[in-house]
Design a protein around this ligand. Structure first.
Ligand code: HEM
Ligand code: HEM
Length: 127
């Protein structure tokens, strides 16, 4: 497995453990105020990063180069900024962090789109 896929596959379950612990804490306390932060930590951290990791495992040639490293960096920074950003937004402590996280997440997804189009085009040409 290439290094970039491994980064995704190690961080995704880490986000899952954090997100699920957050969920259990909410369920146990009965306080669901921060549910959107829990949901997005799981969905952007566990699910989305695992999907990126799956793609980079299936198509290792797509993981080569700076663009792919930048893509994973943006996705990771997005999760790390967005999850606490949603907590801050819900608690009325400002929306700046959530907005910055959303932009990072979106840029990561756009870059992923470009990487997928390029890599699948190359493999289709080689087939
Ligand atoms: C140990 C595992 C988990 C526990 C105990 C848990 C617990 C909870 C609780 C208590 C809520 C609030 C429900 C409500 O107020 O209606 C919630 C909401 C949610 N959870 Fe989880 N959860 C877990 C795992 C996950 C995972 C793995 C995902 C996604 C892959 C996920 C996605 C969501 C979403 C999207 C919401 C709704 C967020 C919103 O209202 O905006 N959860 N969860
Ligand atoms: C830039 C990225 C994203 C932004 C800015 C964003 C924003 C939001 C907002 C504002 C809400 C409403 C929260 C509330 O009602 O309190 C929401 C809910 C939700 N989002 Fe996202 N989201 C993003 C990415 C995603 C992704 C990638 C997924 C799934 C993989 C997702 C799944 C959900 C789900 C399941 C809900 C809860 C819907 C419900 O409670 O009916 N979001 N999101």
């Amino acid at each position: 497995m290439n290094g970039l896929a491994r980064v995704c596959w190690i961080t995704a379950p880490l986000y899952a453990v954090l997100g699920m612990s957050f969920g259990i804490y909410m369920a146990a306390s009965g306080d669901h105020t921060l549910a959107p932060a829990h949901g997005h930590l799981n969905l952007l951290g566990w699910v989305t990063i695992a999907l990126y990791g799956t793609f980079y495992t299936v198509m290792p040639q797509a993981a080569e180069g700076r663009l792919a490293r930048l893509q994973v960096l943006l996705a990771q920074l997005g999760v790390i900024v967005m999850a606490p950003g949603i907590v801050f937004a819900i608690l009325g402590m400002g929306e700046g962090l959530a907005k910055a996280g959303a932009v990072l997440i979106l840029l990561g997804a756009l870059l992923f789109l470009i990487i997928v189009v390029r890599a699948t085009g190359r493999s289709a040409a080689g087939a």
